[in-house]
Design a protein around this ligand. Structure first.
Ligand SMILES: [Zn+2]
Length: 170
């Protein structure tokens, strides 16, 4: 199975906007073209405001399940599709001729959709962190359930305590 990992460019891209763990203030991490150096695309030609718009739309799609906006991006970017075959299976492959971070990320999204794994990318409803749900049932809702996790967040636990308190108020 395809497991999420720290080098997952899709997660890296989604989390270029985040909410601080300490004071809960939103942080924008995309200010210059240099901020895109962490991605494998070189000499990006997309303007940063467009890159941020695309990222926000992608985050919105994952958080709400609303995909109309993403379909607009697919039409607008005109990423190329071709069929491939091998080991008795037909697959779709996507490619672009542009030096474009948007195209690059869009292709990663399309590949994950094609592989049937895109639903595993989620936005934590509490802290807004994007994460990959590698669980067998893929029913994880929060980024993590305990403070010892790699992100140091405990969203699932906090949400459960809150629910318990509300229930016991009545
Ligand atoms: Zn969280």
């Amino acid at each position: 199975m395809d497991k999420g990992n720290e080098n997952d460019e899709l997660l890296l891209f989604l989390n270029t906007w985040e909410i601080s763990n300490d004071n809960r203030i939103p942080i924008e991490n995309l200010h210059t073209q240099d901020d895109l150096q962490i991605f494998s695309i070189r000499e990006n030609t997309d303007a940063l405001p467009d890159v941020r718009l695309f990222r926000n739309e992608l985050r919105h799609a994952l958080a709400s399940g609303t995909i109309e906006g993403m379909n607009q991006w697919i039409i607008r970017r005109n990423v190329h599709t071709q069929m491939t075959t091998g080991s008795g299976k037909y697959r779709l492959e996507f490619f672009t001729n542009r030096h474009s971070i948007i195209d690059h990320i869009l292709i990663l999204v399309l590949q994950k959709v094609e592989e049937g794994q895109f639903h595993r990318y989620k936005i934590c409803p509490d802290c807004q962190w994007a994460f990959y749900d590698a669980s067998k049932s893929s029913t994880k809702k929060w980024c993590s359930m305990n403070k010892n996790s790699s992100t140091g967040r405990a969203c699932g636990t906090i949400a459960k305590v809150r629910k318990y308190r509300e229930k016991n108020k009545k």
